[in-house]
Design a protein around this ligand. Sequence first.
Ligand SMILES: Cc1cc2nc3c(=O)[nH]c(=O)nc-3n(C[C@H](O)[C@H](O)[C@H](O)COP(=O)(O)O)c2cc1C
Length: 196
Amino acid sequence: MKIAAIAGSLTPLSKTLLTVKETVNHIKKSHPEIEVNVIDLKKYQLTFCDGRDPSEYQGDSKRLIEEIVQADALIVGTPIYRGSIPGALKNVFDLIPNTALKGKVLAFIATGGTYHHYLAIEHQLKPLAGYFKAYTLPGNVYAHNEHFENKQLADETIKERLHQLADSVVTFSKQINGNVIGADQPVIPRQSLAQT
Ligand SMILES: Cc1cc2nc3c(=O)[nH]c(=O)nc-3n(C[C@H](O)[C@H](O)[C@H](O)COP(=O)(O)O)c2cc1C
């Protein structure tokens, strides 16, 4: 099984990246049979989605799309920007094919300045999973500034919860095994006039 873990912040010393790495390191330690890799978004020079077919992107955009398509499950770490996710991360969800996450398990981690926007996971991220017909873990992790000290993730409760999230995404994904249940969704066209 392959898990891709996106760290959706472009800042140089990212709190989100620290939480994603804590999660990924736990998977590596506790589930050595799982292939897990971090997609650190600031290392990718992405094209803005312009409506073309996802197979036509090149370079880092192509690499990113392939890594997500090939993953069996996804961990998505995001900073909260304006009560939502940053445009850079939204672009990832615009670039990937409509079927890229179908039947896959998605686990969400968010970091914010305070607890003010912890429900952004419910209101901003889970609807994206719904669009893609993905399964979401019922439990998420939200960390804020007070959970970090000396440029490190310091809060033991948050670490423990990230480990639980890591274990859960592995267990749930194995149980689901890529099976899609529920009514079929209507096909949502992404064809632009230029392609007709
Ligand atoms: C443009 C911008 C908008 C932000 N908006 C919010 C916000 O709406 N709510 C919040 O709690 N924190 C907000 N923050 C704070 C970040 O979410 C917080 O510092 C986060 O941990 C940054 O993650 P990073 O270190 O991975 O980049 C914002 C930060 C920036 C730069």
